[in-house]
Design a protein around this ligand. Structure first.
Ligand code: PSU
Ligand code: MN
Length: 310
């Protein structure tokens, strides 16, 4: 990654008062993305989720920093008015690495994906980021070339990302292969199996396993000591009581995928389309599970941030 020129203007970051206070005092902060709010869940459950997840992080002894681009500034920490505006918005853009600079230069408002949130977290000096699921290699990627920029970002930006694995709408074996090629540690938390977002077990072994937040923090520090670029992916299984068995989901996901293909859905629209259809086809069960797993990841993210700060 090229070094920033110290004489260049600073990146356009705006910190909320509580994130700024936590940063100054060296207290733990956990970053949160905003595409999950604008493109991942319907109103008003998206706002409820965003508030609850922030409360979970506070209860875990850390300060939440939801990240979004608003009016040409990267906001690190959103107040309730900003969170509500974003959650209600119908035209917020989905901003990934490729979009970030144009969005800021054009003074757009938009939500950050996992990749863009990692970039902003690093600029803000935040080491831990909790979300639902990362993007990955889509099924049929051998012809569509649809591979999320999230994977490249994990390879180059030093942030520990807590997710519930990658969604079952993706091609999980290919996602693991690409992460291995990119040198991204995929670490299942507290179990050997790779979690698959709505289900605890993808039927695949995770390449690595750790069992405590302190171990995750130690591995994060060791990457820095080795001068390795990039982050680590902590795959935290959804709580057992909230999981949807993979066998229940498989036919519904197959249907959503068929519809996406038939309707010619491509590029940025693919993930929101598949999430939306899965929600409809599971009659809301996928949303309840999604909220449970994000909260679970927020709690672990807070623990890891506390371990890193301690
Ligand atoms: N997974 C979810 N909900 C989401 C996303 C992923 O369960 O909202 C979002 C994240 O912001 C992720 C993005 O970074 O989708 C990936 O989009 P794409 O596949 O277009 O890279
Ligand atoms: Mn894509």
């Amino acid at each position: 990654m090229p070094e920033r020129n110290p004489k260049a203007p600073m990146p356009p970051l705006t910190f909320s008062a509580d994130v700024e206070a936590a940063r100054k005092a060296g207290r733990p902060v956990v970053a949160l993305e905003s595409t999950i709010i604008t493109h991942g869940m319907p109103w008003p459950r998206n706002l409820e989720m965003a508030r609850t997840v922030e409360d979970d992080i506070r209860a875990g002894g850390a300060t939440p920093a939801t990240i979004a681009v608003m009016d040409g500034q990267i906001h690190i920490g959103l107040d309730d008015a900003a969170l509500t505006r974003l959650a209600q918005s119908r035209d917020a853009r989905k901003l990934s690495r490729a979009d970030l600079a144009v969005a800021l230069a054009q003074r757009w408002t938009g939500a950050t994906t996992v990749a863009a949130t990692m970039i902003c977290a690093r600029l803000a000096g935040i080491a831990v980021f909790a979300t639902g699921g990362i993007g990955g290699v889509h099924r049929g990627a051998e012809s569509s070339f649809d591979i999320s920029a999230d994977l490249q970002e994990l390879a180059q930006t030093p942030v520990t990302v807590v997710a519930a694995g990658a969604k079952a709408i993706l091609d999980l074996p290919k996602t693991l292969e690409v992460l291995e090629t990119l040198g991204v540690p995929v670490i299942a938390y507290g179990q050997d199996a790779l979690p698959a977002f709505w289900s605890r077990d993808a039927g695949l072994m995770a390449p690595l396993r750790l069992d405590t937040a302190a171990e995750v923090a130690a591995a994060h520090r060791m990457r820095a000591r080795l001068g390795l670029p990039g982050g680590q992916l902590i795959a935290n299984p959804i709580p057992a009581e909230a999981e949807i068995p993979a066998a229940t989901l498989a036919p519904l996901i197959a249907q959503a995928l068929d519809e996406a293909k038939a309707q010619g859905v491509t590029a940025k629209e693919v993930t929101p389309f598949l999430l939306g259809r899965t929600l409809e086809l599971t009659e809301g069960r996928s949303l309840t599970a999604n909220i449970a797993l994000v909260r679970n990841n927020a709690r672990l993210g807070a623990e890891i941030a506390c371990a890193l700060a301690g």
